[in-house]
Ligand binder design. Structure first.
Ligand SMILES: [Zn+2]
Length: 300
């Protein structure tokens, strides 16, 4: 989504309404577009249309079965119909558009049973409502926190279709955070020293998972947190890519069934030019998973 945000910012710099879209197939970007209505004096030059046009050309087919489109803003009716025609597997958008949104705001073409559609739709990929709620909570208490999981990966340009919010916080705030979640209407599904999971019946608030850090680990981790542009350009605190990778390596040690997905994320992080590979190798070694690192390193 942050790559789509980049395209949106480009559109805005050129005088167009800032909207950016990406088409992915098996995790690879095969089409991208930024809104060019003003630049091209073309009323149909919306980001989604340009992105699916490029994807169809890349595939040599008008059918984009199995593809996913990410767009920063809820699609309009023109784009929604084009996306349905293209038979995308899924459409994921960032912000809702109360003026022209056709995925539920003004009308919902994706839910129209009279249209023969194959496309699932999801909004609020960056978990904006829950992010806002928890940001206020931690900032009021002057407690460090960082967004981890899919939202943090998106900040590093790695798209994962998660609608959950995962937060790393210090262990000292555990009781306080859990009471806050209960007061905000979340049901606590699970709680241990290191994790807690919370679910809200309002899909905008959805699921929130906490990871609790303590001692020296917590200090080092929060000292390296950086603020990057998140939903609607607001700054979101995320861990360094090395720390994000370390969390994924620990997660696969704790639950080996997650290895495949976690390794894909670790690979995407390690492929970034600014990542200290020695530090990532060290995290594998600490978890007794050096063999996994060696497999990965051979193919980098
Ligand atoms: Zn449109």
């Amino acid at each position: 989504m942050s790559t789509a945000l980049g395209l949106a910012i480009e559109a805005s710099a050129a005088g167009d309404v800032p909207v950016g879209a990406l088409v992915l197939r098996n995790g690879q970007v095969i089409g991208r577009g930024g809104n060019r209505t003003v630049r091209d004096q073309d009323p149909t030059a919306h980001a989604e249309i340009l992105a699916i046009r490029q994807a169809a050309q890349a595939l040599g087919s008008w059918r984009l079965d199995g593809c996913e489109l990410f767009v920063t803003l809820e699609p309009c009716a023109m784009c929604a119909m084009a996306l349905l025609h293209a038979r995308l597997r899924r459409v994921v958008y960032g912000a809702t558009d109360p003026k022209t949104g056709a995925a539920g705001s003004v009308l919902d073409l994706f839910a129209e049973p009279r249209l023969n559609h194959h496309t699932a739709v999801a909004g609020g990929v960056l978990a904006e409502a829950s992010t806002r709620l928890l940001r206020d909570f931690f900032e009021e208490r002057r407690q460090p926190y960082a967004v981890v999981g899919g939202v943090a990966l998106a900040a590093y340009g790695i798209l994962r279709t998660t609608l959950d919010l995962d937060l790393a916080v210090d262990r000292a705030v555990q009781d306080d955070a859990i009471s806050f979640m209960a007061a905000a209407g979340y049901e606590t599904l699970y709680r241990s020293e290191g994790y807690s999971n919370h679910l809200h019946s309002d899909p905008d608030l959805g699921r929130v998972d906490f990871v609790y850090l303590r001692g020296e680990t917590s200090q080092t981790f929060f000292a390296a947190v950086r603020r990057v542009p998140g939903p609607r350009g607001r700054l979101v605190p995320v861990p360094s890519p090395e720390h994000l990778a370390a969390m994924k390596i620990q997660a696969m040690r704790d639950d080996p069934s997650r290895t495949w997905q976690e390794m894909a994320d670790v690979r995407a992080l390690v492929e970034r030019a600014d990542v200290d590979r020695a530090a990532v190798r060290e995290s594998f070694a600490r978890c007794g998973l050096l063999e996994r690192w060696n497999e990965l390193a051979r193919t980098l």
